[in-house]
Design a protein around this ligand. Structure first.
Ligand SMILES: NC(=O)C1=CN([C@@H]2O[C@H](COP(=O)(O)OP(=O)(O)OC[C@H]3O[C@@H](n4cnc5c(N)ncnc54)[C@H](OP(=O)(O)O)[C@@H]3O)[C@@H](O)[C@H]2O)C=CC1
Ligand SMILES: Nc1nc(=O)c2c([nH]1)NC[C@@H]1CN(c3ccc(C(=O)N[C@@H](CCC(=O)O)C(=O)O)cc3)C=[N+]21
Length: 297
């Protein structure tokens, strides 16, 4: 039996960050200022804190200004909206990311709606979602755009391929499906109400799993030669050191003999998300400065 390729998302992300770094240097040369990324973290979710820390580090590494705004979980919606309004009007800020999830008493939709779409580097604002859905230039959500970059790097032209996206969230599944449709794939979106999901997935040349259920996608669901992108980040608490182990939504070891290529967890989509966030910030900075962003991002 042949064994599939493990896609090096971590390596691809490092390359993308290097290209972003070159674009940042040219932007600084041109404008005399650094692109700025503001990250807002509400409350003390430990997983979010890890993500925010590594984001801040990589933002500085590519030569951008990193601004972090930590607020207590008890912050009122009004105070949070005021902060966003300040960031919208701050000339040094090109990108605004409000880490999700927010505490239950805050309406996430209202917060996302308050972000200036031109600074919405997560691509979550309805303006950007609508632009993407209608085939117009938009800031595109980082995780799905990172997945698409890996797919195009592995497969080249995706035209005519059967793609199955598992998951229909606004931040991953739906924009992923839009991107694959724009690449001329035949797209199916599966979710918790999908009947006989194994056979739906078995049709696919491309599988993107964005569910949040550890190793849900079994090896024998995968069509021989398919390419599998595993977005899931699930922490299992079964290790001896008690730190837990990260696994994706796909049973990777089982799938490996069936696939052409598959992304690992960790080291696959996760690092791409952060690299694309920096890419989007550079794109937003160029647009705000009336400049054309480098084409090879
Ligand atoms: N690598 C990265 O950078 C990122 C990783 N993630 C990870 O990706 C995963 C998905 O995230 P997100 O989209 O935010 O999650 P959500 O919880 O918002 O969405 C999960 C989706 O999976 C579907 N689903 C749930 N159970 C099943 C099932 N048994 N069979 C089929 N579909 C099912 C749900 O269906 P329904 O709509 O019917 O409820 C829903 O559409 C998570 O593990 C998350 O941690 C997320 C963002 C970034
Ligand atoms: N407004 C907003 N935008 C987001 O993009 C966003 C968010 N909120 N909330 C949380 C999710 C999750 N997310 C991840 C990003 C990188 C890794 C990542 O780099 N993971 C490493 C492993 C990290 C580890 O070891 O814990 C990897 O997969 O190799 C994971 C998860 C972005 N999210």
């Amino acid at each position: 039996m042949t064994i599939g390729k493990i896609i090096d998302g971590k390596g691809f992300a490092a390359g993308l960050r290097a290209r972003v770094g070159e674009g940042v240097a040219a932007f600084v040369e041109e404008t005399g200022r650094k692109p700025g990324l503001a990250v807002v973290l509400v409350g003390e979710d430990p997983a979010s804190a890890v993500y925010v820390r590594s984001k801040g580090k990589m933002t500085v590494e590519v030569g951008m200004e990193s601004m972090e705004f930590r607020r207590p979980a008890g912050i009122s919606a009004e105070e949070l909206l005021e902060l966003i309004d300040e960031l919208n009007h701050d000339e040094r800020v090109d990108g605004i990311l409000v880490q999700l999830p927010l505490p239950a008493h805050i309406d996430e939709r209202a917060v996302i709606a308050a972000i200036d779409p031109a600074k919405d580097v997560d691509g979550f604002h309805v303006t950007n979602a609508g632009l993407l859905a209608t085939g117009q230039e938009a800031l595109v959500p980082c995780t799905p755009l990172g997945c698409l970059m890996l797919l195009k790097d592995e497969l080249g032209d995706l035209s005519g391929m059967e793609a199955v996206v598992i998951g229909r969230s606004n931040i991953v599944g739906k924009p992923m499906a839009q991107l694959l449709l724009a690449e001329n794939c035949t797209v199916t979106i599966a979710h918790s109400r999908t009947r006989d999901i194994a056979s739906v997935v078995h049709r696919a040349d491309i599988v993107v799993a964005a569910v949040g259920r550890a190793e849900m996608v079994k090896g024998d669901w995968i069509r021989p030669g398919a390419t599998v992108i595993d977005v899931g980040i699930n922490r299992l608490a079964d290790t001896e050191d008690g730190k837990g182990r990260l696994v994706g939504d796909v049973a990777t070891a089982e799938a490996l003999p069936h696939v052409r290529a598959i992304t690992p967890v960790p080291g696959g989509v996760g690092p791409m998300t952060i690299a694309v966030l920096l890419r989007n910030t550079l794109v937003a900075a160029h647009a705000r400065a009336g400049l054309v962003a480098p084409a090879d991002l």
